[in-house]
Design a protein around this ligand. Structure first.
Ligand code: SAM
Length: 261
């Protein structure tokens, strides 16, 4: 039986604006005595840190952060480990459960609760219109933990399968070429007028949106960074005046065009 005071919350804090922090996340942050996270994420939730021990670390130190969170929870503290967006998608859940799996006996009394958050794909979609209304594939372009050959194969298969594609971690200071290479693969399966969008810093003050097509992808490639999410349409996706639509199929089933002006 787990002991209630050995509790670790893995908290998804959404894309960056506190209005998108769920009530469950707020409750977990209020209950926690110690909050751990990447320093930018801790800054985003600073109103919830008053009177708490806050431990920040660098982005690439997620395994050490997960270990520390489990150790602190195991010592009897109520701990919140924060994760940008949703913890299950390229977030802190995997690091915690992988460390737990390798140290099952040591941390057996720790009760873990994952609090879901609004992931970047959903935040980007909300800003773009309705790009993800049909089957889609999330693909991280980071080769830090996955070899590029595997990523390239996944892109090709998802593009061939006509999934809408959402690229996370598209381009960093170290990884300059992955997005360009990813879009070259996509072009083997999709036409030049396929909608292509970048949403940078969704729901943050610096938010930026670029809506274009595969044909004019250069601007997106040059502007993309680690705060950006890229969305590529499927064969049915189209651009409206200022929106990105992947139809669900309502137009085929119902008469939609008879509203009076
Ligand atoms: C390590 S992954 C974490 C994803 C996160 N767990 C989620 O569910 O959104 C980081 C990537 O998420 C995307 N991302 C995170 N926040 C974003 C935001 N506010 N706007 C656009 N993209 C974002 C970017 O692609 C970034 O490189």
């Amino acid at each position: 039986m787990s002991k209630p005071n050995k509790k670790l919350f893995i908290v998804g804090i959404g894309p960056g604006d506190l209005s998108l922090l769920t009530q469950a996340a707020q409750k977990a942050l209020k209950e926690a005595e110690v909050v751990l996270g990447y320093k930018t994420y801790l800054e985003q939730i600073s109103p919830y840190l008053e009177g708490k021990e806050a431990l920040s670390s660098r982005m690439t130190e997620e395994v050490e952060r997960a270990r520390e969170a489990l150790r602190l929870a195991s010592s009897g503290k109520k701990v919140a480990l924060v994760s940008g967006g949703d913890p299950s998608l390229y977030g802190m859940s995997a690091a915690v459960f992988e460390v737990l799996e390798a140290n099952r006996e040591v941390f057996r009394e720790v009760e873990i609760e994952v609090i879901p958050g609004v992931t970047a794909a959903c935040a980007a979609a909300a800003r773009l219109g309705a790009p993800l209304s049909n089957d889609c594939a999330f693909i991280s372009l980071s080769d830090r933990l996955t070899p590029w050959e595997k990523i390239a194969k996944r892109i090709a298969l998802a593009a061939e399968g006509d999934f809408v594609l959402v690229f996370y971690n598209p381009r960093s200071k170290r990884r300059r070429d992955q997005l360009k290479r990813a879009l070259e693969i996509v072009k083997l399966y999709r036409g030049p007028e396929t909608p292509l969008a970048l949403v940078r810093g969704a729901y943050r003050p610096e938010e930026k949106i670029i809506l274009t097509t595969l044909r004019k992808g250069e601007e997106i490639i040059s502007q993309a960074d680690m705060a950006s999410t890229i969305v590529v349409g499927n064969s049915l996706s189209r651009l409206g005046k200022n929106f990105f639509l992947t139809p669900r199929g309502y137009g085929e089933k119902y008469r939609l065009g008879h509203e009076k002006a």
